[in-house]
Design a protein around this ligand. Structure first.
Ligand code: FE2
Length: 251
C-alpha cells in the first residue's frame, strides 16, 4: 500500500480572502486551511485567478500581498498547511511574450495556466509551444478533467501529446461512489499528473482532498496515483531546495 500521505500538496486553490470568486473573508480562508490539513495536505499553493487582459501583474501582486497579510491574522502553522504563492493564469493570446515572474507556483518555476472558456483554437497550441519550446518554461494545465469535458476528443488527444506538460486534476473528478478514470478514452500513461482541490469555499466547493486521494487506490486510477506521488515528491523537493535560496515570498 502506498503511504497515505505521499500525495500531500494541493496545487490549486482559491483561499486568499477577497482576491477572486474564492474565499470571501479570512474566516472562510481559515476554515479551508484547517480542512486541508486534516485531509492530509502539507503544502498548498494559493492560486488566485489572474487575467492579463483585465489587470496588470503589478496590481495583482500587490492585491495578493495585501490579501495574504489579512490571511496571516488567522493563520495557525500547527494546524494548517504551509502556504505558497501562485496564480491560475487565464489563457490569453497576449501571454506569448508575457513576463510571468512572480506568478509562478512559488519556488518551482512552474506556471499554472487555465484553458479559456471559448471554443478551441490553434492559437492555444501555438501559445503552449512557444512557452514550452521557445521560452523553455514548465507549464501546468489547470483542471485537465474540465478540459476533457469541454473540448472534443481529437483536441484533447493533441493536448495530451505534449508530454512536457504537467496536468493538474481537480479532486471533483473523483467524486461519486465509483472510482472512474477521467481520461479512460485517452492514452495517458507516462504523463505527469498532480492533484488540486480548486477549493473556493467551505460549502459547495469545500476541500475534499482526502476523499479524492483515497479513490486513487483503485486499480483503474493507479496510473494517476503513481504519477501524482512521483510529481508531488519531486516538486516538494524542489520547493524545499529553492526556498532556502529564494529570499522573496512567503516561506
Ligand atoms: Fe481555479
Amino acid at each position: 500500500m502506498p503511504d497515505k500521505n505521499s500525495i500531500n500538496i494541493d496545487f490549486h486553490s482559491h483561499i486568499l480572502p477577497g482576491m477572486d470568486d474564492g474565499a470571501a473573508n479570512t474566516e472562510i480562508s481559515g476554515k479551508q486551511l484547517l480542512m486541508l490539513k486534516k485531509q492530509g495536505v502539507e503544502k498548498v499553493f494559493l492560486t488566485s485567478h489572474f487575467d492579463a487582459r483585465e489587470e496588470s501583474k503589478k496590481s495583482f501582486i500587490s492585491r495578493r500581498e495585501a490579501s495574504y497579510k489579512e490571511l496571516l491574522s488567522v493563520y495557525d502553522p500547527d494546524n494548517m498547511p504551509q502556504l505558497f504563492f501562485g496564480s491560475e493564469i487565464y489563457m490569453t493570446r497576449n501571454l506569448k511574450n508575457f513576463d510571468f515572474e512572480g506568478l509562478e507556483l512559488q519556488h518551482t518555476g512552474i506556471v499554472l495556466i487555465e484553458f479559456p472558456r471559448e471554443p478551441y483554437g490553434p492559437w492555444m497550441a501555438d501559445l503552449l509551444e512557444s512557452l514550452m519550446f521557445e521560452r523553455k518554461m514548465t507549464v501546468m494545465i489547470a483542471h485537465m478533467n474540465r478540459v476533457t469535458a469541454a473540448y472534443e476528443k481529437s483536441v484533447c488527444r493533441n493536448i495530451f501529446d505534449y508530454q512536457d506538460l504537467i496536468f493538474q486534476i481537480n479532486t471533483e473528478a473523483f467524486r461519486g461512489i465509483f472510482a472512474r478514470d477521467p481520461f479512460k478514452d485517452y492514452s495517458v500513461s507516462g504523463l505527469k499528473f498532480v492533484i488540486g482541490t480548486d477549493t473556493h469555499d467551505v460549502s459547495g466547493r469545500a476541500p475534499d482532498f482526502d476523499r479524492a486521494t483515497k479513490k486513487l487506490n483503485s486499480p483503474a486510477l493507479a496510473y494517476i496515483r503513481r504519477s501524482a506521488e512521483f510529481m508531488t515528491a519531486k516538486i516538494g523537493r524542489r520547493i524545499e531546495k529553492n526556498k532556502k535560496e529564494d529570499k522573496n515570498g512567503i516561506n
